[in-house]
Write a protein that binds this ligand. Sequence first.
Ligand code: 1GP
Length: 239
Amino acid sequence: MLPSFYSSWRHVFKLDPERPIDDATLDAICTSGTDAILVGGSSGVTFDNTVDLMSRIRRYEVPCAFELSDPACGVPGFDGYFIPSVLNTKRSEWLIGHHVKALRDYSHLLPWESIAGEAYLVLNPDSTVARLTGAEANIGSNEAIAYSQVADRLWNIPVLYVEYSGTFGDMELLKRISNSLKQAQLFYGGGIDNPERAAQAAKAADTVVVGNIIYENLGAALSTVGAVNLSMKEQGHVF
Ligand code: 1GP
């Protein structure tokens, strides 16, 4: 398989277009040595606030991708686009329904070479994404692994995103999920607010996503970059 726009990413900062970020903070994030900036949010993402944030990030060399969950926010100019689906929702529109409508109307406009499907396994029931999508986040480990394998082995999804947004997740489960995957790149996000947690997540996931702490404690956020890189180096990742 050809390398894709995200295959070398080990550490990613996730920025929410709805949340204000000042120039100095954005500068620190974009020059931190992170592998990429991922733009996305569970609510309040609009075309205008996405264009605004993208154009500010574009002053830097860091790669920048967008999680496109609403065709009305289809801003051109990102290096890549993820189209998310929620695996463990009972509301089929979040698994496939929105996607069918979007492709019916906009498929001819999409830059397919820069698009990857992204399967979310949402495991924090108190997160906005869990509430918004009706995700059944209180599931056992074996079920979580089964969901992951459906996405990875049956659907060949390129990216599996284990999402604990707002809380630090179960690293043992993350490792078991990682070991169960055959081909998907494993993203982990949720509650990473110090180097130790970043290093722990990097031991299990291929790509570690850091979000909220950017807005709460910039120094702590920046410290996760080196921690992930060191952990990956210790595990012998070579890129
Ligand atoms: C959110 O997974 C990301 O989509 C990061 O989570 O905001 O808890 O760091 P946090």
